[in-house]
Design a protein around this ligand. Structure first.
Ligand SMILES: *[C@@H]1O[C@H](CO)[C@@H](O)[C@H](O)[C@H]1NC(C)=O
Ligand SMILES: *[C@@H]1O[C@H](CO)[C@@H](O)[C@H](O)[C@H]1NC(C)=O
Ligand SMILES: *[C@@H]1O[C@H](CO)[C@@H](O)[C@H](O)[C@H]1NC(C)=O
Ligand SMILES: *[C@@H]1O[C@H](CO)[C@@H](O)[C@H](O)[C@H]1NC(C)=O
Ligand SMILES: *[C@@H]1O[C@H](CO)[C@@H](O)[C@H](O)[C@H]1NC(C)=O
Ligand SMILES: *[C@@H]1O[C@H](CO)[C@@H](O)[C@H](O)[C@H]1NC(C)=O
Ligand SMILES: *[C@@H]1O[C@H](CO)[C@@H](O)[C@H](O)[C@H]1NC(C)=O
Ligand SMILES: *[C@@H]1O[C@H](CO)[C@@H](O)[C@H](O)[C@H]1NC(C)=O
Ligand SMILES: *[C@@H]1O[C@H](CO)[C@@H](O)[C@H](O)[C@H]1NC(C)=O
Ligand SMILES: *[C@@H]1O[C@H](CO)[C@@H](O)[C@H](O)[C@H]1NC(C)=O
Ligand SMILES: *[C@@H]1O[C@H](CO)[C@@H](O)[C@H](O)[C@H]1NC(C)=O
Length: 661
């Protein structure tokens, strides 16, 4: 195949004139036999004739078609999914898809459409998905709607549409998703959107239009699944127009670098007459937020206030239904600057990446007895007596993320209050355990995942994991062990149910023979990026169905008997080790060839020695280390000669003696 492609290429270069359609077809990739093909970016100017008539999925993006007509796709009667992204199509003539009655998805993204015939979409009985993103459309009337009655997704983003004028023939019956983002729609009138009233669970995206006016009550008693008015600078304009609407999601956020008017006391008043579950206001800013500002948000279930320059949230109205609150990227100085008593039902709270060091004062979260998920990562937190007092009252907490903070000191049981924790992430935060007699985690009998990576934790403390009887996943990456050694007597042995253990980048040089003797359930061990010189598979109690990553170590030689135990679905990764490809490593080299299915990353499993083979892939090494026939013959010859010579000498000596006597 490769060879043949090469021949064609050569003929092309030599200027031989030959029929070119055959090799073109060979370049389309068959993704699923007779059904699915990709001809992406092959510079084709027409459909290769060799595409089987049963083709259902065709990716024909990045080619040159210029115009589409009835004959273009007429042979491919079974087409279901057709991608024509960036094919320089300008003209779509009458009946282009007339023969393609099964067509469900057409993608026209990035073609500058100058003409779409009124019968362009006649034929397909259940066209569901039409993508006209970036096609230069300036008005909706350009699109022939009469054959789109089953349409579910209509994508019209990044065009130049100026008015939202949905005529009475607009196919709303099954429409689930209408995308009009990045157009030039400035005003919305009652008449223009009347057709949307029949919509059921519609997602309407009007993000990034410069909307200046919506006719009052234009959306009154409309119902949506999601409404996106993102990047709008004056929220009041939108809310005035949305009076009386009902939507599960209302997206009013904006983005970094986009100027918008600060939210004032009265700005969000309009939400009182809107039914909404989830509101996002990200990247807006508040002008002196007060209780009145949030007065109309009391029925929300989710609220996203990411990056809204908040430094406090007090005297809020009761938000009894709020389940999820997102306060990432704000400017709190103290956790207690947020009045959490307003959210008694909160189950998920995110305060990541606070701009200033956030002081975790005692008892701020006390009222959140329903909280399950708390994420305080990356908020410069430093606490010299963590965390029982700070987490007081969080009896339902299951997931706690304190990663990427500064420093936490644990004196006694640090998580006394949250004994139901299942996931605890302390990675990249300096952890100091100030108690030799007791583990800070000793009461966390339900904890399944613990991340202590890069936490500078003192690994010589034997009790770290004491009590963690359910622990399945432990991440210890980037911590160091005394003398680069995991001794037989080590803290890991206290977590007998451990299945996943990562010890990458720990500068390990030695793992003692009994180091993991209590960990009989280990299935996945990552020892990547250490300084190990031995592939010490004998430290694991079972090698059946285990994953061992020993990549980036200093292993030269692996004796055969350390490999033979690897059975079942076991996988090992030995990439980036200075492996020897000489007869002293014949054990590995022979096993390797017979067990290539157990090797991960064989492309980077290379020889380092001898110099002549450096950089060669291990699986291509042919080494014969026994004695060859010629060698055996030579040795035999030498032995015979020695015997003969010795015999002759002895005879001579005896003869000489006899003569003398
Ligand atoms: C693919 O199509 C060819 C020609 O129509 C046919 O002979 C072959 O059996 C088909 N293969 C499959 C797997 O359908
Ligand atoms: C409404 O649409 C959303 C997204 O398209 C979907 O996830 C949800 O299940 C739909 N709800 C109903 C009731 O159909
Ligand atoms: C924002 O919109 C409201 C309501 O349409 C209007 O009263 C106000 O003047 C607008 N603000 C600015 C600065 O344009
Ligand atoms: C809510 O709508 C009612 C009736 O349309 C109106 O009287 C009231 O002023 C509106 N409230 C707000 C806060 O806009
Ligand atoms: C944190 O807050 C507590 C009480 O509000 C205060 O005593 C303590 O000094 C603060 N710590 C820091 C580092 O600001
Ligand atoms: C904790 O937060 C960090 C940073 O936000 C994230 O990368 C990590 O996946 C989170 N941990 C868990 C267990 O979800
Ligand atoms: C260590 O923990 C025990 C048990 O909780 C406690 O009695 C003792 O005071 C703690 N020691 C220190 C130094 O905090
Ligand atoms: C810590 O480890 C857990 C489990 O491996 C992982 O889900 C989480 O993303 C890690 N946290 C960070 C900050 O990488
Ligand atoms: C382990 O290897 C790394 C990188 O090869 C090296 O920087 C480090 O000094 C080694 N550590 C020890 C203890 O040899
Ligand atoms: C093997 O380990 C190396 C080092 O961690 C990694 O880069 C590589 O992706 C691994 N191989 C596979 C197939 O995951
Ligand atoms: C080993 O032998 C195979 C075929 O037997 C050959 O393709 C390969 O090039 C040889 N490898 C080396 C390094 O000579």
């Amino acid at each position: 195949m490769v060879c043949c492609t090469y021949c064609w290429l050569l003929m092309g270069l030599l200027g031989l004139s030959y029929e070119v359609s055959k090799p073109l077809n060979q370049m389309c990739t068959e993704l699923f036999i007779n059904r699915s093909y990709s001809c992406e970016g092959l510079g084709l100017t027409e459909l290769p004739e060799e595409l089987p008539f049963m083709t259902e999925v065709l990716d024909f993006s990045f080619n040159f078609l210029h115009l589409l007509q009835q004959s273009t796709f007429s042979r491919l009667k079974a087409l279901v999914h057709l991608d024509l992204t960036r094919c320089q199509i300008n003209w779509v003539y009458e009946g282009t898809f007339e023969s393609n009655i099964f067509l469900e998805i057409i993608v026209f993204t990035g073609n500058n459409l100058l003409f779409l015939a009124s019968t362009a979409f006649t034929g397909p009985q259940c066209l569901k998905h039409l993508d006209l993103t970036q096609t230069g459309i300036t008005k909706l009337a350009f699109i022939p709607m009469q054959d789109l009655h089953n349409i579910e997704t209509l994508l019209l983003g990044s065009n130049h549409i100026q008015t939202l004028e949905l005529l009475s023939d607009f196919p709303i019956r099954k429409l689930k998703h209408l995308d009009l983002q990045m157009n030039n729609i400035q005003t919305i009138s009652t008449r223009g959107i009347k057709a949307l009233k029949q919509a059921n669970n519609l997602t309407l995206n009007l993000r990034d239009n410069k909307i200046m006016h919506i006719e009052p009550k234009a959306f009154s008693s409309f119902s949506f699944y999601s409404l996106d008015f993102g990047s709008c600078s004056n929220i009041s304009v939108i809310l005035d127009g949305l009076q009386g609407v009902s939507t599960a999601i209302l997206w009013l956020g904006t983005f970094l670098g986009i100027d918008s008017l600060p939210i004032q006391e009265s700005t969000l008043q309009g939400i009182c007459n809107i039914s909404v579950d989830y509101l996002t206001l990200q990247y807006h800013s508040f002008l002196e937020p007060s209780g009145d500002t949030f007065q109309c948000l009391s029925k929300l279930k989710r609220l996203d206030l990411t990056h809204t320059s908040l430094s406090e949230l007090r005297s809020l109205p009761q938000m009894n239904l709020l389940k999820e609150l997102n306060l990432n990227w704000n400017e709190f100085l103290n956790l207690c600057d947020i009045d959490f008593s307003a959210f008694p039902s909160l189950s998920h709270l995110y305060i990541q990446q606070n701009y200033y060091p956030m002081n975790l004062s005692f008892g701020c979260l006390e009222s959140l007895s329903k909280l399950q998920h708390l994420d305080l990562s990356g908020s410069h937190i430093e606490s010299l007596d963590c965390c029982s007092n700070q987490l007081q009252g969080l009896i339902g907490l299951q997931h706690l993320n304190l990663s990427h903070n500064r420093k936490l000191l644990f004196h006694n049981a640090a998580f006394n209050e949250c004994s139901n924790l299942k996931v605890l992430d302390l990675s990249f935060t300096c952890i100091i355990i100030n108690n030799n007699s007791q583990s800070p985690f000793h009461n966390l009998h339900s904890l399944q995942i613990l991340n202590l990576s890069f936490s500078h934790i003192d690994t010589s403390k034997q009790n770290i994991l004491q009590g963690l009887s359910s622990l399945i996943v432990l991440n210890m990456n980037g911590n160091t062990f005394k003398s680069g050694t995991i001794f037989s007597d080590n803290f890991l042995q206290k977590a007998p149910n451990l299945e996943v253990l990562t010890l990458a980048s720990c500068q390990l040089m030695v793992i003692e023979a009994k180091a993991f003797s209590a960990l009989s359930k280990l299935k996945y061990v990552d020892l990547n990026r250490n300084n190990l010189t031995a592939f010490c598979s004998d430290v694991f109690s079972s090698l059946r169905n285990i994953y061992l990553n020993f990549a980036n170590n200093r292993i030269h030689i692996i004796p055969h008997d350390l490999l033979t135990g690897l059975s079942g679905q076991s996988i090992i990764n030995l990439s980036y080790n200075p492996l020897e490809c000489t007869c002293s490593n014949i054990g590995l080299l022979t096993w390797y060839k017979q067990n290539i299915d157990k090797i991960e990353d064989s492309e980077q499993t290379l020889c380092a020695e001898p110099k002549s083979l450096a950089g060669t892939k291990l699986f291509s090494i042919n080494l014969s280390c026994g004695y060859s026939a010629a060698q055996i013959a030579l040795i035999t010859l030498v032995v015979i000669i020695i015997i003969v010579v010795t015999f002759i000498l002895i005879m001579n000596v005896l003869k000489y003696k006899n003569v003398r006597m």
